[in-house]
Design a protein around this ligand. Structure first.
Ligand code: MRU
Length: 363
C-alpha cells in the first residue's frame, strides 16, 4: 500500500513518518517494495521482492525489521505468492510452506507468525475459489493487517500520551517507529502523540548497537517529522537518569509472554533495571498482536542469535583484534516486575500486578 493509498484506506492522511514506514511495502505489480532500511539514513532506496521467498530473505537480512513491520511484509509476501494459478488442491500446502519459510526468517517477534497465521486462515476460506478471487482475498487480508496496525499504533499513542503531563523527555531504545510498523509507530507513536499534544520536550534515542537502529532510524524518522531528538551511546542512559534528565523510558516489544515478561531489542533489560533504580516509569507500547498467549513466561521466548560479524565490524572496519569473536543475542527479556505498564490499543496492562497479559480477542 503506498502512502496515498494508505491515506485513502484510513480516511485521512497519515503523519509524514508513515510515508517512510513499512507502509512503503507497496504492492506494485505483484511485487512487495520495501524501503531498504540497512542503507538509512544516508541513502533512501527500495528493494523489490517478486516472490515470498525474496520477502523472507529481506526479513532475515534486515531490509525490513521491527516486529509489526515484518509481519506486514510477510502478509504482502503471501499475497503476491497467491497470484500463482495452482489448482485448488495445491494452493493450501503451497501457502503453508511459504508461510513456514517466512516464520523461520526471524524467531523472536511473534507478530511474524501471527500475521502468517492470519494469511493462511484467509487462504483456507478461499481455497476452492478461482485463482483471481484467491489473490484478491489475500491482498485484502494483507491490507487489513496493515491498516489495523496503523490504527492500533494511533490508539496506543493516544492512550499512552494520556499518562503524561507536560515537558516530557522520553528515553527510547532501538526503533519502534513508523519504520518498524505499518506507519506511525508504537513507542514512537506515543512520542508522536506527545509531540502533537505539546507535551514533549525531547527524545533521547539510544544508538542501539550493533545495528544502530536508534541512531540511524529513530533519529532519522523523528528529525524528518521535526521532533526534537538527541542520540546517546548505549552506555549513557544511567548518567542522564541520575541527573534527572529523563522522565520515562518508552520502548516497543517483539513478544510479550502471558505473565507480562517482555522481549525487546538487546539492551532493553538494562534500561529497565536503571529505570527502576531511578524511580522512573518504564513503559512498553505494543499492539495486541505482540502479546503471545502461547508463551507462559519470558524464559520460553526464543532469542535470536545473530552473527558475531555484525558486532565486530562497523562497516568494513574490524573493531576487535583479528580472531576475537563477539556475542550477539538480538533481544533480551525484561521481567514483568520492572515494567510499569504495557500499553496496547485495547488496554493498559500493569503486569507487576500479576494479572495475565492477553490480547483483547482471547480475554
Ligand atoms: O532487530 P529489530 O530491529 O527487528 O528489533 C526491533 C525491536 O526490537 C523493536 O523494539 C520491536 O520490534 C518493536 S517495533 C514496533
Amino acid at each position: 500500500v503506498s502512502a496515498s493509498r494508505l491515506a485513502h484506506l484510513l480516511g485521512r492522511p497519515p503523519l509524514s513518518g508513515a510515508t517512510y514506514s513499512a507502509a512503503e511495502i507497496t504492492a506494485r505489480g505483484n511485487a512487495v517494495v520495501l524501503l531498504e532500511q540497512r542503507r538509512l539514513p544516508g541513502v533512501e532506496t527500495y528493494v523489490t521482492c517478486r516472490t515470498s521467498t525474496e520477502v523472507a530473505w529481506a526479513i532475515r537480512d534486515m531490509v525490513v525489521r521491527g516486529a509489526p513491520a515484518i509481519g506486514i511484509a510477510a502478509a504482502y509476501g503471501l499475497a503476491i505468492a497467491s497470484v500463482d494459478e495452482s489448482e485448488a488442491g495445491a494452493f493450501l500446502p503451497y501457502l503453508r510452506a511459504l508461510g513456514d519459510e517466512l516464520v523461520a526468517a526471524r524467531p523472536t517477534a511473534v507478530n511474524l507468525a501471527w500475521a502468517v497465521r492470519r494469511m493462511v486462515h484467509a487462504g483456507e476460506r478461499v481455497a476452492h475459489a478461482p485463482g483471481p478471487d484467491r489473490f484478491r482475498a489475500l491482498c485484502a487480508e494483507a491490507e487489513s493487517i496493515h491498516r489495523e496496525d496503523v490504527l492500533a499504533c494511533r490508539a496506543m499513542g493516544a492512550r499512552g500520551a494520556a499518562l503524561f503531563g507536560s515537558g516530557v523527555t522520553v528515553l527510547t531504545h532501538c526503533n519502534a517507529g513508523a519504520l518498524a510498523t505499518g506507519g506511525y509507530g508504537t513507542a514512537l507513536g506515543l512520542v508522536r502523540a506527545l509531540h502533537h499534544e505539546g507535551k514533549l520536550a525531547r527524545v533521547l534515542a539510544d544508538e542501539t548497537r550493533p545495528y544502530w537502529q536508534g541512531a540511524r532510524l529513530t533519529a532519522w524518522e523523528l528529525s524528518r517529522d521535526g521532533i526534537p531528538v538527541e542520540v546517546l551511546t548505549d552506555g549513557m542512559a544511567g548518567h542522564f537518569m541520575r541527573r534527572g534528565d529523563v522522565s520515562a523510558v518508552v520502548v516497543g516489544a517483539d513478544r510479550v509472554a502471558r505473565n507480562g515478561d517482555v522481549a525487546n531489542k538487546i539492551g532493553t533489560y538494562g534500561l529497565a533495571v536503571l529505570a527502576k533504580h531511578h524511580g522512573l516509569p518504564f513503559y512498553v507500547v505494543a499492539p495486541d498482536s505482540t502479546l503471545d498467549p502461547e508463551t507462559p513466561r519470558g524464559d520460553a521466548i526464543v532469542i535470536e542469535e545473530r552473527s558475531s560479524d555484525e558486532v565486530v565490524r562497523v562497516g568494513d572496519k574490524l573493531m576487535v583484534p583479528e580472531g576475537v569473536r563477539a556475542r550477539h543475542p538480538a533481544f533480551d527479556v525484561t521481567p514483568r516486575e520492572l515494567v510499569t505498564a504495557i500499553i496496547t490499543e485495547s488496554a493498559v496492562h500493569r503486569p507487576g500486578d500479576g494479572v495475565e497479559v492477553l490480547p483483547a480477542a482471547s480475554r
